[in-house]
Design a protein around this ligand. Structure first.
Ligand code: TRP
Length: 437
């Protein structure tokens, strides 16, 4: 059983709509309930600053998005749910990654390039109104992902390039300093089509064609009535293809329900009746969550407390990992820096794992150097098999596996942590070399 770590961020720049729900919230909440998955969900409020300079809107959106995720069933006891700006290690890591990222790579980022191309087309300065924040956006996103060594990042297609950039950042950091980062993978939900909006184009804030997730039933009815259809009269057969109404229905309905509506289209259902069916189907799923949402919105202090707890959970990983990373790049106490470098490679070459059982009945392992000095101490595992699998993951992923497995190394000082990471890197490299032979 290898633990797979999922992580995804939601920019706090708007009010969640049905498209966000179908494309991101619902699949993520479901994924977080599967076994052997560890999930990290966060509110990307630093990212929001790139687009929005209205403080009240950022705060409002943060509250609405957090309430939406919780109302949709995200269980903060099972996942790590936090706000990006509560984890100061993220901007700190952003700088370390900035220093291993090619400027040319960022020049090619779609969002930045689109702004520049627009300016060029308009015949004005290519960088007019382009902030350095927009330019640096992919690095901040890389730090979000690499901070927790996520294996899989569920995102929309428009974000694939950013995940590839994060992989590049991981590779160039690992190449320079030892294997600290797992290369993340984008996870694209093939089955989740993008939801069309009221006008038939992709549902998106920027097209102003959205249906807010938590509209009242009355509002929902009004919006659904406004969905664009063609002018075919009742009794005339209708096309499901290209019908926004049909596609939204499909995103909520079972296969049988969808088949029934398809038949009704062929039989010439009146648009008004089809809209009534859609309203009922969507509301059936949303109504139970709506009550939870309204309750949460009325108690922002509860959400705040949950987010702070989430941040504490996130920082239990980020703080020690950041200490390792600082030591790795040479941001070290002058007191101990010389010590850390001496004999590091010799130690690393001969490090080995020892498995044992404690009085508490749990199974543990440690990594010791050639002189028996402790490099790493695991937490307890329920069986020798699971502990062995954790060792295998460390051997495969090197130091990157430390965060993935939540190995306890807080007790060690930063140079010792760096030595442990180096030892694991050496082991992972040796394993890879052996495999190639
Ligand atoms: N950029 C993402 C978006 O706009 C949000 C985001 C920020 C994100 N950091 C992330 C997504 C890290 C996944 C992983 O959709």
């Amino acid at each position: 059983m290898t633990i797979t770590r999922f992580l995804t961020g939601i920019t706090t720049s708007g009010t969640p709509h049905l498209g966000n729900y179908v494309g991101s919230i619902r699949p993520s909440v479901r994924a977080s309930q599967t076994p052997n998955v560890e999930s990290f969900y966060f509110l990307a409020d630093y990212h929001a600053l790139i687009k929005i300079d209205d403080p009240a809107r950022i705060q409002r959106s943060t509250l609405e998005i957090a309430a939406s995720w919780l109302a949709a069933g995200l269980n903060p006891d099972h996942v790590t749910f936090y706000r990006q700006s509560d984890v100061p290690e993220i901007p700190e890591l952003t700088w370390l990654l900035t220093c291993v990222t090619g400027k040319g790579v960022l020049n090619r980022a779609h969002a930045y390039k689109a702004s520049v191309d627009k300016n060029i087309a308009a015949g004005i300065d290519p960088d007019a109104d382009v902030t350095a924040g927009l330019f640096m956006y992919p690095v901040l996103m890389g730090a979000d992902i690499l901070m927790f060594n996520a294996h899989k990042v569920p995102v929309g297609r428009d974000q694939i390039q950013h995940i590839e950039m994060a992989r590049d950042m991981a590779a160039s950091f690992n190449h320079r300093y030892g294997v600290y980062f797992v290369p993340p993978q984008a996870e694209i939900e093939e089955s989740v089509a993008t939801l069309p909006g009221l006008d038939g184009r992709k549902m998106s804030k920027s097209y102003d064609n959205t249906i807010p997730l938590f509209s009242s039933r009355e509002q929902l009815k009004k919006l659904i009535t406004g969905i664009k259809t063609d002018s075919r009269a009742p009794g005339e057969p209708k096309d499901t293809e290209g019908s926004a109404l049909f596609q939204i229905y499909q995103a909520f309905a079972s296969e049988e329900e969808t088949a029934k509506l398809r038949q009704a289209y062929a039989d010439g259902i009146a648009w008004g009746d089809a809209k009534a069916l859609l309203l009922d189907r969507v509301d059936q799923e949303i109504a139970p969550m709506r009550a939870a949402y309204e309750d949460l919105m009325a108690h922002p202090e509860r959400i705040e407390a949950l987010l702070l707890q989430g941040a504490a959970k996130a920082r239990a990983i980020a703080t020690p990992f950041m200490a390792q990373l600082r030591a790795a790049v040479g941001l070290r106490s002058l007191d101990t820096a010389a010590k850390a470098d001496s004999g590091k490679t010799a130690k690393a070459a001969l490090a080995s794992f020892k498995q044992y059982r404690e009085k508490d009945g749990q199974f543990y392992f440690k990594l010791v150097d050639s002189t028996g000095g402790l490099l790493l101490q695991s937490r307890g595992f329920e069986s020798p098999k699971v502990a062995g699998q954790a060792i295998a993951q460390l051997q495969r992923e090197g130091a990157a596996g430390i965060t993935a497995l939540q190995i306890q190394i807080e007790a060690l000082d930063a140079p010792a942590q760096a030595a442990a990471a180096q030892a694991l890197t050496a082991l992972a490299e040796a394993a890879e070399a052996a495999e190639k032979k």
